[in-house]
Design a binder for this molecule. Sequence first.
Ligand SMILES: Cc1cc2nc3c(=O)[nH]c(=O)nc-3n(C[C@H](O)[C@H](O)[C@H](O)COP(=O)(O)OP(=O)(O)OC[C@H]3O[C@@H](n4cnc5c(N)ncnc54)[C@H](O)[C@@H]3O)c2cc1C
Length: 396
Amino acid sequence: MGGLRTAEALRKAGYAGPLRVIGEELHAPYNRPPLSKDVLSGTVTHEAVAFPQRAATADVEWMLGARAVSADLTARTVTTGDGVAHPYAALVIATGLRPRRLALAELPGRHTVRTLDDAMALRDELQPGARVVIVGSGFIGCEVAATARKLGCEVTVASPSTLPIVRPLGPLLATEILARQQAHGVAFRLGRAVTGLVGASRLEGVVLDDGAALPADVLIEAIGSDCNSEWLAGTGLDCSDGVLADAAMRAVGVDGTVHDDVYVVGDIARFPNAMFDDVARRVEHWNIPTDTGKRAGFVLAALLESPEGFSDAVQTPFAPMPAFWSNQFEVALQAYGLPGLADDIRLLEGSLDSEAIVGYYRDDRMVGVVGLGMKAALLPYRKVIAEGGLSVLGST
Ligand SMILES: Cc1cc2nc3c(=O)[nH]c(=O)nc-3n(C[C@H](O)[C@H](O)[C@H](O)COP(=O)(O)OP(=O)(O)OC[C@H]3O[C@@H](n4cnc5c(N)ncnc54)[C@H](O)[C@@H]3O)c2cc1C
């Protein structure tokens, strides 16, 4: 998504030169959020999730099924798995994340949910009555739990956390989500880790760190992600958590060097957001590949097409509003800002057992807002966050 959005932005900003996208997956860019929700409850197809191709990017060269294995920022080349070195004038890093795996034996029945192929393989196994254990109680773990339950599976979520989705949402909403998941028949083993598997030729169960053995036909690992940055080893870029970028999305080296010809977008980008502070963070939300892709495309087009405007393009303020949503059973969550930064959480409107708006504050400034339903009523709070979070709205 980040690669596609950057290509679109480059064309929109007037770059007319060649564009090559190197992508490991065989599928043209597609939308990932449905993979843990609707798509998993029906027949999973590429058509159902593919991004529309726009005329502006019809001439982009898509090298699909090709993996970047290294980059040389001095020679300006990216080398793919077949040993070919591809020269570039500018490089955009958009390689995203991959699911973290449990360090346990490989057995049929183990699954992750990141790619379309992952979702297709999992869908085949989510048959009514299947015993499904999900390890990890973040957004993806909880969404897949709801989807599997709706498909008639017996679902248990095991997680070291004390509450589901508690890190980004805080205990108020997390407690409500737990109650609603349980009301739909999802079982939880909280404060527990998976330490072993049962089964010789295919999965039959999982063992928890309290010694309990849960029968399981399917294990879904939703324990977070690692950044796909290994191919940048030796480039000098700061890959300590994703790839560090400045507010123009230019890549930054471990020695502080800012690379005018290398950009970072999407989940892998660790960048400062002036809406909050000058701390560089990665933000794994759907709007970020689009916002950072537009930003990188705008700055890069200036570099390639009108260098006299490059400095102005770099200086243009950049403060994208993080936004995410989640659907689990009847729960429709919509969020703005960075709720995870909060030191204070307040119920602002409604009631947690029906529909509610929860505000997230750091040093008394609103840094995030989450709606449990009440989508339209969230918009004034979104504005407060965008304006620095100091308005009195929602502070009583
Ligand atoms: C199941 C699921 C559900 C989600 N639901 C929501 C949601 O409800 N709301 C929300 O806000 N966000 C959601 N997200 C997050 C959102 O989808 C991501 O933020 C977004 O997809 C990130 O886009 P990206 O382009 O940065 O990375 P990706 O989409 O990961 O794309 C990176 C691409 O780079 C490829 N690649 C990696 N390494 C290499 C290499 N060395 N060479 C070549 N290619 C490589 C990968 O194969 C991949 O195709 C969800 C994500 C998932 C996985």
